[in-house]
Ligand binder design. Sequence first.
Ligand SMILES: [Zn+2]
Length: 171
Amino acid sequence: MPRPAAASASGDQQPYAVLLGCIDSRVPLEAIFDQTFGSICVIRTGGHVLDRAVLGSIEYVVDVLGVPLVMVLGHERCGAVAATVDTLRTGRRPPGALAHLIDRIAPAVTEVGLDDPQVQPLAVRRHVRRTVTTLRADPLLAPAVASGRIAVTGALYTLTTGEVSLLPATP
Ligand SMILES: [Zn+2]
């Protein structure tokens, strides 16, 4: 049986935002923002890690589809950030490609400092900000940011309340 919302969005797509978030099953981006077919582009990786495939996808959405908003959404109790903290504390790197995620999150943890009792939640925020900074500096995105055609923003999702709060650009 056809879904009416799917059918109505089956023509040319005109999403108004691209969201980069974590794979965590408690953080389904369309559901969090009450979005449906055709409204937003969603990219999810462990710990919302930005790699070239993700970057290329965002560039496509901004450049080809003309989307004006890029949002990076971190979340409370992120397992990828916790794994990174654990790796840096113990020196035991996980096997396989998971180590790639750890390596991409590690700078945020290091900047906060393992001695900080709030290292986990602070590293989540720092990692969002670092990701936003990287996106704003991307050669293809930077001119659009400078001209004001697009906004790149970071936000944090609170699991217990379901609330999203925008993060200021500086810590
Ligand atoms: Zn996560």
